[in-house]
Write a protein that binds this ligand. Structure first.
Ligand code: ADP
Ligand code: MG
Length: 470
């Protein structure tokens, strides 16, 4: 990131503090925002387009303004300008070697009045069969944990807002990535029934590729993915890890589609930079558009999801039972859904209504309810999500500064909140010595007292810990 120009020191500090709360997301948006001036209590900003302006307004400005006001000591008002011509954006766009998709890039699935090589009926039927008809945008519950991914997916289906190419959706298992992919396909096909949409998993892509090689049908394979495709939805890209030949093929597929301005949406259970055994040139392509993540939904969103599923499945459900389910199954929407379906099945088999006592008994049987106290794993998970690391990184021997810092923060929070002993924590953090934990805790205590950026990280994580205790 370049340091902000036209800025006085107080301005710089406020910006840095805002950035510290969510560095990856900050950089993603602030490479499309420019600071023009700050004088007489007016902060003049330019956004690349309305979508960026509105996003920054709602997601960053309240925090930024309160930081600014606390350093300048007076009220600060904002004046926006929208222009595609940013001379010095706050952050450098990522992947300088790439032509970076900007919010101004409009990539629309081509609407061909009379396609020459149309998809065969069989292929269309195959696509329809592989899409779950219930996985639509209308059936997707939006909350803070998934709103960016939702908005970006909707935009790539032509539903408004800037389209990024590629769109990379990252998130843990059972959190709605495939649902959003299907929703994109449904929406595009609804608007343009002849659009050549391919939805496939990276595993299927790999198998198809191998078969085409074996049967000398590579021309067909390439035509299908490179020239006869208007929109490619590739699910679970992490499957390509270590599969060099398929990666090479996908690399060329990707380039061909992007050069033809055909949208590509990819999902993964990891951020691009965390994908193991994936060549750098592919990783840099994945990060050249928008990386949108999906986090574990908060309680309110989980309750709304349970209600929505019950409504879709025609299951009569009390609010109290919806809340109970959402409180019990916390980290995976697929499991949440499974618990609801099991309750409904059991209720119809036994003839008992789904009330709280029935639900409690059933939930205790299938998933013994975890005591409502936070565990070391919960803290590790939230710290990983904040610093965008995997649990494996956190527990590894990696001494890289950013990983080591996240690990120390997690140890500090565990010690503070759970009062675990140092040896116990050592074991929970990849069998480390208790003295390592002691010095980590002391270091974070010291840093927190003197470094506002460290404090900002801790406050942001503590907020998330508090909201996941609900
Ligand atoms: P992933 O691909 O991330 O592993 P899926 O997309 O298969 O997860 O989602 C698992 C289940 O959870 C699906 O049935 C999906 O409909 C549901 N689901 C996940 N997130 C949401 C959401 N925000 N709103 C409604 N349903 C959701
Ligand atoms: Mg999936």
């Amino acid at each position: 990131m370049q340091s902000p120009t036209n800025s006085s020191p107080p301005w710089h500090e406020a910006l840095e503090r805002t950035r510290a709360r969510s560095p990856a997301s900050f950089e993603q948006w602030f490479c499309s925002v420019q600071i023009d001036s700050l004088s007489d209590g007016v902060l003049a900003l330019t956004a690349r387009d309305e979508f960026v302006r509105d996003w920054v307004k709602t997601h960053f400005l309240p925090d930024l303004l309160s930081q600014l006001e606390s350093v300048t000591g007076g009220e600060v008002k904002v004046e926006w300008r929208v222009s595609n011509d940013l001379v010095s954006p706050v952050c450098e766009p990522k992947a300088p070697r790439e032509r970076r998709a900007t919010p101004a890039d409009r990539v629309v699935p081509s609407e061909r009045p009379a396609p020459k090589s149309d998809r065969s009926l069989a292929e269309r039927a195959g696509l329809a069969a592989s899409l779950n008809p219930k996985h639509t945008f209308a059936n997707f519950v939006v909350g803070p944990s998934n709103e960016l991914a939702y908005a970006a997916a909707l935009a790539s289906a032509g539903g408004g807002g800037p389209r990024y190419n590629p769109l990379f959706i990252a998130g843990g298992t059972g959190l709605g990535k495939t649902h959003l992919m299907h929703a994109i396909a449904h929406k595009v096909l609804e608007k343009s029934p002849r659009a050549r949409v391919i939805y496939t998993s990276a595993e299927h892509f790999t198998n198809e590729f191998i078969e085409s090689l074996q049967h000398k049908k590579m021309d067909e394979f390439r035509a299908r993915y490179r020239t006869e495709c208007d929109l490619l939805l590739l699910d679970d890209i992490q499957f390509l890890a270590g599969r060099e030949q398929t990666q090479e093929e996908f690399f060329h597929t990707f380039n061909a589609l992007r050069d033809a301005d055909k949208p590509i949406v990819v999902t993964s259970d990891k951020y691009p930079q965390q994908l193991q055994r994936m060549p750098e040139r592919l990783v840099s392509r994945f990060t050249s558009g928008l990386v949108a993540d999906i986090q574990v939904p908060q309680l309110e969103t989980r309750v709304a999801i349970v209600r929505k599923k019950a409504e879709l499945e025609g299951i009569p459900l009390d609010d109290a039972v919806a809340v109970l389910l959402a409180q019990t199954v916390k980290s995976n929407v697929r499991e949440l859904e499974g618990a609801l379906i099991r309750l409904a099945a059991k209720s119809s088999l036994t003839g008992r209504p789904i009330d709280v006592s029935f639900a409690e008994a059933e939930l205790a049987r299938v998933a013994p309810r975890r005591p409502d106290v936070m565990s070391v794993e919960d803290i590790q998970r939230i710290v990983c999500s904040h610093f965008r690391l995997t649990n494996a990184d956190l527990l590894s021997k990696d001494r890289h500064k950013s990983v080591a810092f996240a690990r120390q923060v997690a140890m500090y929070l565990c010690r503070q909140r759970l009062k675990c002993s140092f040896p116990e924590l050592g074991r929970a953090f990849g069998n480390r010595d208790h003295t390592t934990v002691m010095s980590a805790v002391r270091r974070v205590e010291e840093l927190r007292a003197k470094d506002p950026q460290v404090n900002a990280h801790l406050e942001a994580i503590e907020q998330r810990l508090a909201s996941s205790e609900d």
